[in-house]
Ligand binder design. Sequence first.
Ligand code: FAD
Length: 585
Amino acid sequence: MTVAAAKGDRDTETDADADVDVDVVIVGAGPSGLTLANILGLQGVHTLVVDERDTLIDYPRGVGLDDESLRTFQSIGLVDRVLPHTVPNQILRFFDGNRRLLAEMAPPDARFGWPKRNGFVQPMVDAELHSGLDRFDCVEVRFGHRMHTCVETTNGVTVEFADGQPAVRARYVVGCDGGRSATRRLMGVSFDGTTSSTRWLVVDCANDPLGHPNSEVGADPRRPYVSIAIAHGIRRFEFMIHPDETDEEADDPAFVRRMLGQLVPYPERVDMIRHRVYTHHSRIASSFRKGRLMLAGDAAHLMPVWQGQGYNSGIRDAANLGWKLAAVVTGKAGDDLLDTYDTERRKHARAMIDLSTMVGRVISPTNRRVAALRDRVIHAASVVPSLKRYVLEMRFKPMPRYQQGAVCHTESGSPNSPTGTLFIQPRVDTRDTQNAMLDDLLGSGFAVLCWSNNLRAVLGEPAFGRWKALGARFVEARPMTQLPWTGHDDPEVVIVGDRTGALKSWFDVYPDSVLFLRPDRCIAGACIAQRAPEMSEALTRVLHLTQGGGSGTDGATTDGKSDRAVLHVAQSASESSGTVTRTTR
Ligand SMILES: Cc1cc2nc3c(=O)[nH]c(=O)nc-3n(C[C@H](O)[C@H](O)[C@H](O)COP(=O)(O)OP(=O)(O)OC[C@H]3O[C@@H](n4cnc5c(N)ncnc54)[C@H](O)[C@@H]3O)c2cc1C
């Protein structure tokens, strides 16, 4: 079914959407666009994905997938299809020029439900994201469509294509069209930053000539290199190209074999998939939103590969933007909610670019004295257990912690507040299921979760009803000992047993016991039990939740029913979000 046909299935249409063909056009069928399309498809949003190519890009690019991306793939129901193309718990080791171990990254914890470092085959995972769209009648993908221009009007955007293909009218356009984004150009925003003068030769090989599961970075001043195992016997090698070596020389198969000869005994036997020369960029768009046009993925930011975060940052964009866009086009949210996408994502993407750029500088000095000094400093630091753990457990990775945006802080800027961070995802039990992943019980919309308390009584009927109208799930977490107790049973509240103790440990650390979780599992607000109605009210004000409204699109309610609640974030992106003043606890 085409998107236009699916649109005709709507029971109700408002004036605002009467003259559009689709709700959202996504330009670019890369991982960012495909993930966003899956999120929108799950919410019943009529979406058209267009790509100028005839097929998906079929060669390896990104090779590292993080826990946050796997959690997003879980939320769109595709993680089981993605996992067969991954190497979980991939260890990354850094060696100096004498092959002495400088540092090791092997983060042991899986607090978000998934390993933190995973090798993966990008084209295969992208293909799974693409085929996942077959589940939705409301999503269509058109290849061979190059977006040429976008003309914005009061109620929508007209997207025009090259080669005279018919234009499409949409309410919003998201440019997921890669580093050379035409959408970004049309938005007139700058792409600030630098492009490194250092070039790298990337070689992808089948039938892995080394065959071991782990990965290494050779911080060898003679020629830094990378060797990374990904799934299905594929290995990525990268070699720094010296300034006196031209691109043509580096692209010569004889040169490539010479490079490979430094790491494998029989370079002539290596089964190469492809090789190419590329440079690293550290760039970010000066705004991720302008009117009805938005940017996500490489179109919004480019970063060196050293933290493997280019791909993951695009998935993070999709997870942040997807629920907001769905809430707006289904009439549950005001358009201002979309400003919080820029507020929340741009700062975090900037931090990821800075970290990736800094790590690249540490790895790639070719001056031997500089490299020797670096090695001495790192070796000295590595005997300090806390510093060693800091690197091993990748504690340097910038994690989302939103001070502003679609969040409500109890105390402005309190470092001990969990608000604006991602909630953990431990394994839990219900009376019917064992060893379930928490997110699978929280559903795909908002959720209100409390520690061992009567949630309906804690929230009070008005707040309970308001969140219910928004399609929220209600979850009470308890010690396993109390799981069979039926005293608080409520048909609307899911009782979960804390089978690993991770939930109690989490609540032991923070002063809060009631959490309001967004669909992307970020904590929108947190408070003690007595302040729950107050926090709910504050979130209502900050997010402008009201009854009524809604365009009649399916809606994202976890029970499958449509609802009419309106969510509206009134504060501008630059203003602080609402604050609940905490007095006594
Ligand atoms: C060599 C290399 C190594 C990498 N290694 C890593 C890594 O280790 N870890 C990591 O996380 N990331 C890595 N990346 C980055 C990662 O591959 C990208 O961040 C990711 O693919 C970006 O996804 P995207 O969806 O934003 O854009 P893309 O995947 O680039 O997709 C953009 C799509 O938009 C389409 N398009 C462009 N213009 C138009 C138009 N006008 N109209 C219609 N369609 C259009 C293109 O055809 C393309 O399909 C690497 C990239 C490269 C090149």
